[in-house]
Design a protein. Sequence first.
Length: 256
Amino acid sequence: MNAHHGVGPIWPAVLQKMSYPYHLYRLIKWKLGFCRRLRRHPPVFVFQMGKVSSRSIFEPLQKTYHGEVVHDHIFETDRMQGETRELRAYLHSSNPPEKLFVISLVREPIARNISTFFANHESYMDKACGQGGVKLDELKAMFLTKFPHEQPLTWFDERIKRYFDIDVYATPFPDCGYAEYSRGNIALLVVRLELDDQLKSAVVGRFLDIPGFHVARANTTEETRCGALYSAFRKEVRFTPAFVDTFCNSKYFRHF
């Protein structure tokens, strides 16, 4: 075909239209494959608030668990990624899984909020912290006034209780730092992030019947481009007793 005859310029548009069915085919192929795998063995849902090192459990499970492992921070219908959407549809279908294993981690809330704040710092400030010129007092002010501090304090009521009808606060949390709960076809494991990795590995391995399971080393905020500033913030910034008491007096903090 010769572009001088007025044909050439239409080809990009033609190719673009031709590619759409191919992408649709790939989507359908992925969905059918994932849904088949989802039904072969009881799935695992690593479901928790952000910045609790969940990938240290999720990624090795992907390599060692014989069924599908899904990881997400949300379970709302209109905000889920593809795998989570399919898992939710399966859970609420006429033929749901015999069991769904849910794993959730908890972390000291102020440390968790600081880590989340730095991971999403560009949402709260005009420039990236890696550009320099950001002062600790400026960061502290933004952290105190703009960050939604209640997130970890309400997460288990707004997520676990809402979606799985399991009230983790109904019974005391053990001093060992982990607990199992069950309701219907849901089996839930809650683990403190601060536990030793060897113990976490043993707890998760026993929960899912994976002998020799090992958690992975998690990426930390210290390793990001904000690492130095994050470390300085944690070491040097001090909060008022009233601010700290807000967390210490919360149901979440007193329970876990």
